[in-house]
Ligand binder design. Structure first.
Ligand code: FE2
Length: 372
């Protein structure tokens, strides 16, 4: 069926909007399902006040101080979550004196800042800024940073992190799987355990409770492995985004990982649309089926005012978001984006946890108001 049409509308989505209109994409299933484009005479983010709990959120995660920042035995702190996914920040500054195994979920660890080694059952894996490290559920690991000022965004999911189907654009689109890095097994060195004793501790998390198992030898003693359930990583710099010079593509074109209940997308620098009639900023939308989280990693976040690296936004379903007025007005002057960000769309409502509330910029909802 082709779309029904009434009143003033653009012949194609995101191109040649009728004069004086603001286009909203009202759609289902993220950006895959049925859609209507609504041509508003005001930006749908032009609200003046809110009542009730629903509103756009912004967090300055730079202000979080997880216990692992100062205590080698400490932990990351969770700031958002639901039954499917939990988002935490780790600022681990010291080598872990124990091994860790998360039996509650698979982990996707994004390195916002820092470098070092993750020792895993599959061998040691070096990490650096911009890495996505995939740690399947119940893999044993230990983070050994080389740097003291580290910042990891950790996404825990009840299911696996898989690569999306690339369909028509082929398996080498977004990044060639040849850039994926996996660990090499290395026999453990002789000597004391990371805690300086002859006891090796494995801390296991189940139902958010920790239990400890102790060995008289290093449990990371694997000297060979085979299979398709492995620790692996890919770096943001290796992501080569698809774009269209004639039409703004939806965020789903930038999908990097699919996990039950969530999709993770990566925004990396790209040229903006060249067609003079094409929209160059994200269209307004009201997230019908997903709550949308974005972590700002690096660059100039031009569609958003007052957003700096290390901050994050959460736009819940049912309420609009879209470009800030300045970005909308200046879109014709920009020729490229210079931003690196990690987006997570959650199928079920994502809740703000106490640590999130502590670092929330409470007036973010007012940031779309035109400065008079
Ligand atoms: Fe969005």
């Amino acid at each position: 069926m082709y779309p029904l049409k009434k009143g003033k509308f653009a012949a194609q989505a995101h191109v040649g909007l009728p004069e004086g209109t603001y286009e909203e994409e009202h759609g289902r299933k993220g950006f895959y399902g049925k859609t209507a484009h609504l041509y508003h005479t005001h930006p749908p983010t032009g609200w003046i006040r809110f009542e009730g709990k629903l509103r756009p959120h912004c967090f300055d995660l730079n202000n979080l101080a997880p216990s692992d920042l100062t205590d080698p035995c400490g932990s990351p702190v969770a700031f958002l979550g639901n039954d499917d996914v939990k988002l935490s920040v780790s600022r681990r500054a010291h080598p872990m004196p124990f091994y860790f195994r998360n039996a509650d979920g698979d982990e996707l660890l994004f390195v916002h800042r820092g470098e070092g080694v993750i020792e895993t059952d599959f061998g040691p894996l070096r990490f650096e800024r911009g890495d996505y490290v995939v740690l399947p559920r119940a893999v044993t690991y230990r983070i050994v940073p080389d740097t003291a000022d580290n910042f990891f965004l950790i996404i825990q999911s009840k299911g696996e992190f898989e690569q999306p189907e690339k369909g028509l654009i082929g398996q080498h689109a977004l990044y060639d799987p040849g850039v994926i890095v996996t660990p090499e097994p290395v026999p453990p060195a002789d000597g004391p355990s990371p805690s300086g004793t002859r006891e090796w501790e494995v801390r296991i998390k189940v139902d958010d409770e920790f239990s400890k198992v102790f060995y008289p030898f290093n449990p990371i003693d694997v000297i060979g492995w085979k299979g398709d359930l492995v620790v692996w990583k890919v770096n943001l710099r290796d992501i080569r985004p698809v774009m269209s010079h004639r039409a703004h593509l939806p965020p789903s074109a930038h999908s990097t990982f699919i996990t039950p209940g969530a999709v993770v997308c990566s925004f990396v620098p790209r040229p903006l649309e060249q067609d003079p009639a094409a929209l160059r900023v994200p269209f307004f939308h009201r997230n019908t089926d997903y709550d949308e989280f974005i972590f700002y990693h690096d660059g100039d976040f031009f569609s958003k005012d007052n957003i700096k690296a290390g901050m994050a936004t959460l736009h819940p379903r049912g309420i609009h978001h879209g470009p800030h007025p300045k970005a909308l007005a200046n879109q014709s002057k920009k020729t490229a984006t210079d931003e690196y960000a990690v987006m997570l769309d959650g199928l079920n409502p994502i809740h703000v946890l106490p640590a999130g509330e502590q670092c929330e910029w409470k007036d973010y909802w007012a940031s779309w108001q035109e400065k008079k």
